[in-house]
Design a protein around this ligand. Sequence first.
Ligand SMILES: Nc1ncnc2c1ncn2[C@@H]1O[C@H](COP(=O)(O)OP(=O)(O)OP(=O)(O)O)[C@@H](O)[C@H]1O
Ligand SMILES: [Mg+2]
Length: 264
Amino acid sequence: MSFRVHEEAVLEIRGLAKSYGRVEVLKGVSLSLFAGEILALVGDNGAGKSTLIKCLTGTVSPDGGSIRLRGKDFAPLSPRQSIASGVSAVYQDLALVEELDVATNLFLGAEPLKLGFLVDRARMHDEAGRRLEELGISLPSTRARIADLSGGQRQAVAIARAVARTMTRERGAIVVLDEPTAAMGVRESELVLGIVRGLRERGMAVLCVSHNLPQVFRIADRICVLRSGEMLWCGRTEDISMSGAIALISGVSPAEREDGGQGL
Ligand SMILES: Nc1ncnc2c1ncn2[C@@H]1O[C@H](COP(=O)(O)OP(=O)(O)OP(=O)(O)O)[C@@H](O)[C@H]1O
Ligand SMILES: [Mg+2]
């Protein structure tokens, strides 16, 4: 992507290392993330994907290496600090409150107030509706309870909340998604993939962990393959085949596989 040559990465990870006891989970991992791209981080179970993400969101402190955010050293000590710097993550459990409505979940802890202490519910619903519309998310109502929504709609609310938290610095805001379409049917997945593409169109940088390679190949601009804590390959999606990606992820060459590499 030639235009990237002149563009500075929003996020620059260099030589990131993390061990738990004597087990090296990240062995000097490097990766750059640019505004307006979807970067897919793929790798087998235990490869270190979530650990890498947790270093970005302030839940894990790396033992070595560096992270630079918009050219400045970045070492968040908590999710709160990470969000304040414009890095927001959606985890697989989504962390939504089932019994509360969509709007309340979007604002959780930061609801608009009237008279300084009462939640301004009318304003909260207006604002929630506006934010969802901006992201192209259509839900039955901002008054619907999370418990009554489908999996895709819940994921949509969780993404909207992550975006709302980083809204202050929208261009170059970083949204980290961990398996955004896991356990979803085709229609639900399409809904979520559409929202993720919308984030890219708005100039955000999306780092997406996924085990779903067909989806990765459809939406990612670039793919990074992590295996046993090492970054084996990072490049443009068009420069790797699905079969090649599977070989890197698994460590088994296409010819050695039972299907001879023809299956995909
Ligand atoms: N808090 C911890 N203490 C000890 N070991 C840990 C801890 N967290 C992760 N690990 C180990 O680190 C390795 C990488 O885990 P991680 O969760 O980053 O993998 P992953 O790539 O996200 O896998 P998955 O695709 O299954 O989610 C695994 O071997 C895991 O057991
Ligand atoms: Mg994980």
